[in-house]
Design a protein around this ligand. Structure first.
Ligand code: ZN
Length: 567
């Protein structure tokens, strides 16, 4: 299925004319029209040229000057989890859907009206920093009393956007047996009112006390959620994504949804799975019995490789650094072992094991020291046993200039490049916060995209949803401007990249990471007909407005998978 199909040019299924087609080919050329046949782009060129190919059954879409981009590739996210954290299973209590505690109360009341007594009402995404009442009075916190009248007969559990706090109602507390006498659990805190009653806010591990009495989603619900999530991704112009952290259940779920929904057109994204195989021993077990390699599957559902997690995250000061955080700590590795040396060795062994089994490796790795360890082991593995692995660093927050140069040089010498996977959309949301974590100078360097691109390494951008909403527009705007979402303050303007460069990080570079740059990632004859149509010229506009661009239509494999009805 990998070889680009080249059906004849005449009588394409559809043509798209009078647009500005940003092909993202090697020369970043601009065209006006595209012809599509059997799911493949058969011609790209001027409007007259493409119109001349049409036959009796050809559908013509007049783009009326709209801009066309290659389909967006969200190269690192957790869509299985994101699918469960949004409608229809979870209430979306994110800003700007809700702007006040009052909005949350109303939304919960509406849900309660259509729920059976006793059914759990769950939601995700509230953020005190965007709730009117809390903004007006810093002492005002959301609490159980905001939910009790709205849903007296239904337990309510609303996760905060960060995942570190939850808001629940009185019924949820009583089902979990939480009273004024319940002590705080280890690693958590039960929020309390001045009178000592549980307030309805649960911090860190305390939310697990309530979670433990919540029913888990049924398999049917999980499958339904995936289909609905894909429809939303299509509405965002996304045609490919990598679900990084696919365990046994998630792989099975993707497999079943694919079987059930591909034929009727509800499977609308090219899904690349990075498998979570557990610790070293269970990885060995998996490789002993399963011979799946990188690229097992087809163009719509495939195994990309193996996901490992090496360290924590910089905002929590848990990513392993050479230089200390402002509080003097250095972070840590989360791999197996009792000492740092043992942990480093088990991490290196896991990389060697996956490499030997012809699995591409993507490793969650944010701290400069962790990134040094894994890139070093990647290069050693490739030098000793060369194959086109394209191992990569996930997050790559504090990759040092020396390390980036070393990786780029290795790629030039061996022809085997490594890559850095980054999240410019997260940078946008946490750039102010990071100054309090690593100081102003290092916060400015955080996610050094300019240094990476100048060195000549592959950089692929992504959302890491559900950490942030899987929207590429803040990612591109963030990569180009590096301004804080909250304050607009620039953070490390020396690391800004251009719009064309940012577009590459969301399209061809992601395709390369998928080992699929020959079949997707740019608008060129012979490649899959994956593209999205937007209502503004992203190359010419004020980059501050990129987040406001509207997606008008998305085409994946030649099918219109989203249509806003504007063309
Ligand atoms: Zn992630």
């Amino acid at each position: 299925m990998d070889t680009p199909k080249r059906p004849d040019l005449f009588s394409p299924d559809s043509i798209f004319i009078n647009g500005k087609v940003i092909t993202v080919d090697d020369g970043f050329s601009i065209a006006r029209a595209i012809a599509v046949k059997s799911g493949v782009i058969v011609a790209v060129g001027a409007t007259d040229e493409i119109r001349g190919l049409s036959g009796r059954r050809t559908r013509t879409v007049d783009l009326k000057g709209a801009t066309v981009l290659p389909g967006i590739n969200d190269s690192h996210c957790h869509m299985s989890d994101w699918a469960l954290s949004r409608p229809p299973l979870s209430l979306d209590v994110r800003f700007p859907v809700v702007r006040s505690i009052g909005d949350i109360t109303k939304m919960v009341a509406e849900k309660a009206r259509v729920s059976k007594p006793g059914d759990w009402i769950v939601g995700d995404g509230w953020d005190e920093g965007y709730l009117e009442e809390c903004l007006a009075d810093a002492r005002r916190k959301p609490g159980k009393t905001d939910l009790d009248m709205a849903a007296p007969a239904n337990p309510v559990f609303l996760q905060e956007y960060s995942g570190h706090r939850a808001l629940v109602n009185s019924l949820a507390l009583s089902l979990a047996g939480v009273t004024r006498d319940t002590p705080d659990p280890v690693g958590g805190r039960i929020g309390r009112t001045e009178e000592g009653e549980p307030s309805g806010l649960l911090f860190e591990r305390a939310s697990a006390v309530v979670r433990s009495v919540m029913p888990s989603w049924s398999y049917a619900q999980r499958k339904q959620a995936l289909v609905s999530a894909m429809a939303e991704l299509s509405s965002l112009g996304i045609t490919s994504f990598t679900d990084a952290g696919t365990d046994r259940e998630k792989w099975a779920c993707y497999n079943d949804v694919y079987d059930e929904s591909f034929r009727d057109g509800r499977w609308t994204c090219r899904v690349n799975m990075l498998l979570m195989l557990g610790g070293l021993e269970s990885m060995k077990g998996a490789f002993r019995y399963v011979g799946a390699r990188t690229n097992f599957g087809n163009e719509w559902l495939k195994v990309g490789g193996v996901k490992l997690v090496a360290d924590g995250i910089p905002p929590l000061k848990t990513a392993l650094m050479w230089q200390p955080y402002v509080d003097g700590t250095y972070g840590l590795l989360v791999t197996e072992g009792k000492t740092l040396d043992e942990q480093e060795n088990s991490l290196r062994e896991a990389i060697r094991l996956a490499h030997a089994n012809r699995m591409q490796v993507g490793i969650h790795s944010c701290g400069e020291r962790t990134i040094d360890i894994i890139t070093d082991e990647y290069m050693k593995c490739i030098a000793a046993d060369r194959w086109d692995a394209r191992h990569y660093v996930i997050h790559s927050d504090f990759a040092r200039p020396e390390t980036i140069d070393k990786v780029a040089d290795f790629g030039r010498r061996t022809g085997c490049n490594l890559a850095f996977n980054v999240q410019s959309g997260i940078k946008w949301t946490i750039s102010d916060l990071m100054e309090t974590v690593v100081g102003a100078e290092r916060a400015a360097y955080h996610w050094p995209l300019r240094t990476m691109l100048d060195a000549g390494v592959c950089v692929a951008n992504s959302s890491d949803a559900p950490v942030v909403y899987p929207d590429w527009r803040p990612g591109i705007q963030g990569a180009v401007l590096r301004e804080s979402k909250a304050t607009g303050r620039p953070s490390g303007p020396a690391q800004c990249i251009t719009v064309p460069e940012a577009l590459r990080t969301y399209t061809v570079n992601g395709a390369w990471l998928d080992h699929k740059e020959h079949v997707k990632g740019s608008i060129q004859p012979g490649k899959a007909a994956d593209f999205c149509i937007i209502d503004g010229d992203i190359l010419a506009m004020d980059p501050h407005k990129i987040i406001d661009l509207r997606v008008l239509m998305t085409v994946a494999g030649g099918n219109t998978v989203y249509d806003a009805g504007a063309l």
